[in-house]
Write a protein that binds this ligand. Sequence first.
Ligand code: ADP
Ligand code: MG
Length: 485
Amino acid sequence: MMVIVDFLWITRKEEDYMVELNYEFFWKEALNQILEEIGEQEFNRWFAMVGYRSHSDNIITLGVPSNFYREEVKRRYKNNLEVKLKLISDQDITIEFEIGAVTPQIKIKEETEKPAEPLEKTTEPTPAAKPVKDKKPPHPHLRLGYNFDNFVIGVNNSFAANAALAITKNPDGTAYNPLFLYGGVGLGKTHLTQAIGNYLYAHTDLKIIYTSAENFLNELVDSIGDKKATNAFKNKYRYTDVLLMDDIHFLQGNKGATQEELFHTFNTLYDSNKQIVFTSDRPASELKHIPERLISRFGRGLSVDLSPPDYETRCAILKRKAEAKKAVIPDDVIALLSKNISSNVRDLEGAFTTLIAYADLAGKEITVEVAQQQLKDIFASPKQANMSVDIIIKVIAEHYQLSSNDLRGKKRSQKIVVPRQIAMFISHEITEFSTTEIGQTFGGRDHTTVMHSCNKIKEKMQADPKLDASIQKLVGLIKEYTAKS
Ligand code: ADP
Ligand code: MG
């Protein structure tokens, strides 16, 4: 199936019409040309999150969701786009970037059928594309509650959600294969993956398997020694149309047969254009103890990360959950929860459910006071998962006579930058956390920053044996400290 891209037009005031139209037209034309040049996949990777914002004398301002996008899009395409704009408009137009919430500018749709609307930030439920086929029994692996309608989109997940939607439009393995969704716990990986399954199950006759890597392993182990069972296992996974495999980081500790079997399953499905979706708590390149040939398969299609939702999105999620439960939650309570629980959606949901259950049982109205009282432990507790990175930061800060906040913060003085890089490097070396998670602990930095820091320190250690020795010493201190606490 062909995928075509069309751009959202921005409504403007009448009097601006002539000029606005020209600039937007130039931009649209330049985008079309670049799409031709770099192909749809790379295009969507970088331009899905770039929005036309405004213009002033020969400057076009584009919105991008983060520093990371700004730097990457700038480095990769700014010159190229400016050259194209010059050829199209016969004017010197400069491109500038502005960071802020961006509504994806791209819709991907089939030529023949009307697809589901692309999800936009906090939009209303999406109508289904095609009428639901004859009522089927519930799919044995899928939970109906995980669908696109109740998935709230923010900057943190819109790329992932749109990639997932693209697959529901083109489930023939040509859109993004495999789709590799990664990110920390409770950020919506399972929800999105199952939403793909639910949508396709309701609207197509495709055979769909959803499984966790752990379940895959268990089934394999159960079948070993029984030839018939082993064959049945192989056939089940190799003759499906869509394979959704959750939490493949689980395979890290399980060498051998499972990885081997997954490798063959992957090849069979991939070669016959069957859609595959993997989720993982970290990027493929950071999976440990998994053979290179499997890792390279994970990364063959499109990898997209989910990061924690921002404040606005957290509020939107809670509002949506309250509506679904028909619960009346005052705005100030929603604000209180959203402000205090920023780690992930699962924690946010947990606190919310606790609160509703309490109010229900105690027959009380939900107010800020009630919420503060009931959730004080949750608000106060540091994230358990970040404990070891916290200790690393503490020990390194003490050693360099800095504060923990210096290391987490944004200050760029040389005195702080190197210890901060060391702290990231050690965190990456001695904990199981992914660079995405480490980045979050260090003041919400991007995983590429963590990777960059690790590389810098590795380089420095090679050049300077003294640094190497002092890092060894610091690791020793951290281990001692951890053992005591
Ligand atoms: P993960 O698989 O990444 O650990 P889940 O998909 O299990 O996370 O999400 C945790 C919980 O948060 C689920 O109940 C899910 O429905 C909910 N959730 C996550 N992201 C969103 C979102 N953007 N909108 C609505 N609910 C969400
Ligand atoms: Mg999950």
